[in-house]
Design a protein around this ligand. Structure first.
Ligand SMILES: Nc1ncnc2c1ncn2[C@@H]1O[C@H](COP(=O)(O)OP(=O)(O)O)[C@@H](O)[C@H]1O
Ligand SMILES: [Mg+2]
Length: 274
């Protein structure tokens, strides 16, 4: 059964197997995601008869940016996955660095999304019960709208994750909701900068207290950085100042016990939000 059919049947492969297939499998590209800021390809990876759908972003296809060093976005995506796993959040699809038909790149498990959304623009004042209001604005047709997001444990974990990895690009379209309302994020190339750059649609908890489960994940992460093998693995993906700042952000969250607040000094909401 192909990975696609497998996911459609509501089945999920073990992450270790997904990692093996993405790392050592044969990748065939059959499409490109548009619009996308980088060369973002989709296809299938196959290893010993196990096929699964994946995203493939070759390093060569990365668009140069003024604020991130060239050729580093794929490694940042892999580091983001590693951090999500170390903290126990599991909010990033399995992501590895591997070889594809256009050279080294990041390969990521494709997530089949359903009809549920976790972030939305709604008519102003009509934020659904159990959702968090982020801001009011005018949409492309000059209609007053509110930006809001769901209030689920998965989205909360993704929000703390973004603060940790310093995600500069959490658009609504980068929040994937799959079967069983499971929330995961994608597009983590603009992360781990040493300057604070958190730019996100997920400000619904801004300034509020972190709870015990948030602090447990952050504590586990802080602890994980003491492990030499973990540090070496991350050091292969990020430079030393980036790793040092990463740990400082984790420790700052543990100390303040609060979600960050949107800053005055930089644009903290991606617009358009999708
Ligand atoms: N692993 C994934 N599973 C499902 N959909 C994905 C995945 N990765 C990306 N997408 C979809 O493809 C779009 C473009 O991918 P993205 O990672 O944002 O590329 P870019 O870096 O070019 O902006 C996303 O907004 C999302 O809708
Ligand atoms: Mg994107």
């Amino acid at each position: 059964m192909s990975g696609d059919a497998y996911a459609h049947a509501g089945l999920e492969l073990d992450d270790r197997i997904v990692r093996e297939v993405l790392t050592h499998g044969q990748v065939e590209v059959d499409g490109r995601v548009l619009p996308a800021s980088n060369v973002t390809l989709v296809g299938e990876a196959e290893l010993d008869g196990v096929r699964l759908r994946c995203v493939y972003k070759p390093v060569r296809g990365e668009r140069p940016l003024w604020d991130f060093p060239s050729g580093t976005l794929a490694a940042r995506e892999v580091a983001a996955y590693e951090i999500s796993e170390l903290a126990g959040w599991h909010v990033v699809p399995v992501t590895v660095l591997a070889e594809g038909p256009f050279g080294t790149g990041m390969l990521q498990q494709w997530i089949e999304v359903g009809d549920d959304v976790a972030v939305d623009l709604v008519p102003e004042g009509e934020v659904p019960d159990g959702w968090r209001h982020v801001l009011d604005a005018f949409d492309g047709n000059d209609q007053p709208v509110s930006l809001a997001h769901a209030e689920t444990p998965g989205l909360r974990a993704l929000t703390v994750f973004d603060a940790v990895v310093n995600n500069a690009d959490r658009k609504a379209g980068h929040v994937l909701v799959s079967a069983g309302s499971r929330v995961r994020g994608c597009d983590h190339g603009l992360t781990f900068h040493t300057d604070d750059k958190l730019r996100t649609v997920l400000w619904g908890w801004a300034g509020e207290q972190l709870d015990d489960s948030d602090l447990t994940s952050l504590g586990a992460l802080d602890w994980a950085f003491d492990d030499g093998a973990t540090r070496d693995r991350l050091r292969a993906l990020l430079d030393a100042p980036e790793l040092a700042r990463l740990r400082q952000r984790v420790q700052r969250l543990i100390r303040t016990r609060r979600f960050p607040q949107p800053p005055e000094s930089w644009r903290s909401i991606p617009w358009p939000v999708f």
